[in-house]
Design a protein around this ligand. Structure first.
Ligand SMILES: CC(C)(COP(=O)(O)OP(=O)(O)OC[C@H]1O[C@@H](n2cnc3c(N)ncnc32)[C@H](O)[C@@H]1OP(=O)(O)O)[C@@H](O)C(=O)NCCC(=O)NCCS
Length: 182
């Protein structure tokens, strides 16, 4: 018998929120290791640093029916001084890239959450290959920098494009192929 080729199953409904349950935090850490250690080889073994102690960790969860299923995206935000916020460690599971606008949805949750917490300026060090994506999402280049031996662009978000989110910890839902709706 010859089996027909088929595409592996990929969830099409996602929930984006603060990581609250231990499995969400652990899933985000595992995804970061997979992306930043194994795939990109920026860090060896573990990418955690001091920022993780104070950061707010955000996750994108794939859902089966109504149940949250798996962490398929993550990003963290932290405040370095009053009103000045940073986003970092943005990662989407390779199976879900460019299918659900998950990266854009995580950026939206990150900046809109900080905005709700009194953000005045929001920055990120963006890997150079992702600059265009951020520019399309209303970020502006501040300057080029080298981090971990790799070219990055220090960028600032246009906060007007990311209105403060009511009930940010609860986040919002997103569908594959559709922009996230608050
Ligand atoms: C970068 C990353 C988070 C993007 O996630 P994603 O879920 O694939 O992004 P989205 O699907 O939300 O993309 C939003 C839009 O930007 C486009 N896009 C995605 N990556 C892009 C890139 N590197 N350059 C230009 N455009 C890009 C998408 O096609 C989409 O366009 P559309 O609105 O016209 O459909 C993901 O590729 C990833 O995890 N990469 C490895 C880790 C990494 O680079 N992290 C970021 C460090 S700064």
């Amino acid at each position: 018998m010859v089996a027909d080729p088929f595409n592996p199953f990929a969830a099409c409904h996602f929930r984006l929120k603060y990581a609250t349950d231990p499995w969400e935090t652990a899933g985000a850490a595992a995804l970061r290791r997979q992306v930043f250690c194994d795939e990109q080889q920026i860090f060896e073994g573990d990418d955690r640093d001091a920022v993780d102690e104070t950061a707010i960790h955000l996750v994108a969860l794939s859902t089966m029916a109504v149940l949250a299923d798996e962490v398929v995206g993550t990003v963290r935000i932290h405040q370095s001084e009053p009103g000045i916020w940073y986003g970092s460690r943005l990662a989407v599971d390779a199976r879900y890239r460019r299918v659900g606008a998950l990266g854009a949805a995580l950026i939206k949750l990150a900046v809109s959450s900080a905005n709700a917490l009194g953000c005045i300026r929001f920055y990120a060090n963006v890997q150079a290959q992702n600059e265009l994506m951020f520019r399309r999402l209303n970020w502006q280049r501040v300057e080029e920098v080298t981090l971990h031996g790799m070219p990055h662009v220090f960028m600032q978000a246009d906060l007007a494009a990311y209105p403060a989110l009511d009930n940010a910890p609860e986040g919002f839902h997103a569908l594959a192929g559709k922009k996230a709706a608050a």
